[in-house]
Design a protein around this ligand. Structure first.
Ligand SMILES: Cc1cc2nc3c(=O)[nH]c(=O)nc-3n(C[C@H](O)[C@H](O)[C@H](O)COP(=O)(O)O)c2cc1C
Length: 227
């Protein structure tokens, strides 16, 4: 079991994070989850979810999580809507549970310290605002602080930016992060695996994130293989 941090920020593409969370949980990993306020806005806009970050229930991020207004089943058609998974999440508040939610202002959370061991962090999706803040070591909220910690501890930090077109400031910030050791993995799905659904495109990105985390996945057919 790996201990991983998943931070959602206010870029488009909340569905990538929802699917990533599901895949990591199914694989048996523990996820420390945190969301920026803008991520909450995107969840409302893109997935139709009512989100209260003061009392956030991570189960709403799953297709089977019981949120009646969720667009996730539509976007991830074909994905297993697992009620068992949402049960796992609800037990996650307990120490050692599979999902531990942290408020974005909670600097007393373990993930704010280098002494708390993790096996990596993903910011997905990563807004240009958070990208800039992390590139300049601002640590103004828990997401930025945890990212800063992962860089200084030389642990894996993966950022999944979504913006287009990109200006020179954004490109400079990405270069800065890559130079500091982060993996910049833009939400740019390929089309060489013959996708036919949004789910296929989402899984392309989620699969590449899992590869970077060292998490086994069979979400996408690998180039050069027949299976
Ligand atoms: C529906 C919606 C979609 C957005 N999409 C993007 C986006 O794709 N990329 C981006 O960098 N910012 C996007 N933004 C703007 C960010 O949310 C905004 O810059 C915010 O301050 C980022 O804050 P955060 O980094 O703390 O999450 C979007 C905002 C909304 C409401």
């Amino acid at each position: 079991m790996r201990t991983l941090v998943l931070a959602m920020t206010g870029a488009s593409g909340a569905v990538y994070a929802a699917r990533l969370l599901e895949v990591l949980l199914v694989a048996g990993h523990q996820v420390h989850l945190t969301l920026s306020p803008a991520a909450g806005d995107v969840l409302r806009q893109e997935l139709g979810l009512s989100v209260d970050l003061e009392a956030f229930d991570p189960a709403v991020l799953l297709p089977g999580g019981g949120a009646s207004d969720s667009r996730l089943p539509l976007l991830l058609s074909g994905a297993a809507a697992s009620h068992a998974l949402s049960d796992i999440i609800r037990e996650g508040d307990a120490p050692g549970g599979q999902v531990v939610y942290h408020h974005h202002r909670d600097f007393s959370a373990g993930i704010a310290s280098g002494s708390f061991r993790t096996d990596g962090m993903v910011i997905c999706p990563c807004s240009m605002g958070t990208l800039a803040a992390v590139a300049h070591g601002q640590s103004a909220n828990l997401i930025q602080r945890a990212a800063d910690v992962h860089l200084k501890e030389r642990r894996k930090l993966i950022v999944v930016p979504r913006e287009t077109p990109l200006g020179s400031i954004q490109l400079d910030n990405m270069k800065r992060l890559a130079d500091a050791g982060a993996v910049v993995l833009p939400a740019m799905p390929g089309f060489y695996h013959s996708p036919s659904t949004i789910h296929d495109l989402v899984d392309f990105i989620v699969g590449r994130v899992c590869d970077q985390l060292g998490v086994e996945q069979q979400l996408i057919r690998r180039w050069g293989t027949s299976g």
